[in-house]
Design a binder for this molecule. Structure first.
Ligand code: PMP
Length: 362
């Protein structure tokens, strides 16, 4: 089991070897039940234990206050782009967005289909290479909520601090940085994230929502698209993505064993420093895309002198065992995604490769 790739995929992404090995061990016979998690009724007490256990660990590690519900849903973070305005955008109110890049844009466009929207701040004029200053955020008088994308996966920018929105509900799409650093959950009315980057495999979406926000969804909303349906049924209204929930539980235990979320942040800082240093100390050979103050600890985006050189970099990196370094097709360049499970050794190897590549192709 040593032929693991240096996996810098943007999502689905690397999982810890220990987690995969535990899943492998339990795959055919989970806890002496004579069956795998995938073959088990989601109404069984064993699966309920898995479901409740994952929720409890998430609460503990992320410091989720008791008045918040934790839901495990399907449909990806993309479905939340629609469910949020469907449930929380009341007539006469406006959904406000900090327009930070590709994912904020998608969330904004989806809300526009449902009701009134507003851009509270944008960095579009700078090609989204930075998070707008918090002091530039302007909320409309009738704001129902402010939506932010805490980490822009494609551009490689991340909020260093979160805005204070007073009485206005703050909602965070944390798909690409959940549990990578401590967060004051109480600042947010809702936090959501697809699991497939920092928390496990694809197939399950984490929603953390304050109770009072889910009490009054419009009566006409379809059952599956209402938060209160899933709250009332402990995320077991219909058949859940049981294997994904199980793997999220294993991943959470791994984070706990590593020392929790604060330890994750330090780990992520240490390993990304290697790559950012390789960029900054290259004498301009590599150019970071994001403004230094907005740099992400999760997605490191950079460019080389020409597209031909970038192609060459990707090709040679693949020959050296690196996977996933090509930038998103919408922005080009290169991107290394360094989520919680990406080992220090992978980042060290990448930093070294970057140095060697620059020497060879200088
Ligand atoms: N938001 C962000 C910040 C993302 O990175 C992604 C996925 N790359 C999404 C939303 C969409 O997530 P999903 O594919 O789970 O719908």
């Amino acid at each position: 089991m040593t032929n693991r790739a240096y996996n810098f995929n943007a999502g689905p992404a690397a999982l810890p070897l220990e987690v995969l090995q535990q899943a492998q061990q339990e795959f055919i016979d989970y806890a002496g039940t004579g069956m795998s998690i995938m073959e088990m009724s989601h109404r069984s007490s064993v699966f309920e234990g898995v479901n409740d256990g994952a929720q409890a660990l998430l609460r503990e590690l992320f410091g989720i206050p008791s008045q918040y519900k934790v839901l495990f849903l399907q449909g990806g973070a993309s479905t939340q782009f629609a469910m949020i305005p469907m449930n929380l955008l009341t007539p006469g109110k406006s959904a406000a967005f900090v327009h930070t890049g590709s994912w904020a844009e998608k969330a904004y466009k989806e809300a526009k289909l449902i009701g009134e929207t507003a851009i509270a701040a944008t960095s579009e004029a700078d090609k989204f290479n930075r998070i707008p200053a918090l002091s530039d955020i302007r909320l409309p008088d009738n704001a129902a909520y402010l939506h932010i994308t805490s980490n822009e996966t494609i551009e490689g920018t991340q909020f260093a601090a979160y805005p204070d929105t007073g009485d206005v509900t703050l909602i965070g799409d944390m798909s690409s940085d959940i549990l990578s650093r401590p967060v004051d959950v109480g600042k947010f009315g809702m936090i959501y994230a697809g699991a497939q980057k920092n928390l496990g495999p694809s197939g399950v979406t984490i929603v953390i929502v304050r109770e009072d926000l889910v009490e009054s969804s419009p009566k006409s909303l379809p059952t599956m698209l209402r938060y209160d349906t899933h709250v009332k049924n402990n995320s077991l209204y219909n058949t859940p993505p049981s294997f994904s929930v199980y793997l999220v539980g294993l991943m959470l235990q791994w984070i706990k064993d590593k020392g929790g979320v604060a330890a994750m942040e330090q780990f992520n800082r240490d390993k990304t420093k290697l790559i950012y240093d390789a960029i900054d100390q290259s004498g301009g050979y590599y150019r970071g895309f994001a403004d230094t103050a907005s740099r992400s600890l999760m997605n490191i985006t950079f460019r080389l002198g020409s597209e031909a050189l970038e192609k060459q970099f990707v090709k040679e990196s693949e020959q050296h065992g690196f996977v996933g370094l090509k930038g998103h097709r919408s922005v080009g360049g290169l991107r290394a995604s360094t989520y919680n499970a990406v080992p220090f050794e992978s980042c060290k190897a990448l930093a070294e490769f970057m140095g060697d590549f620059a020497k060879r192709n200088g």
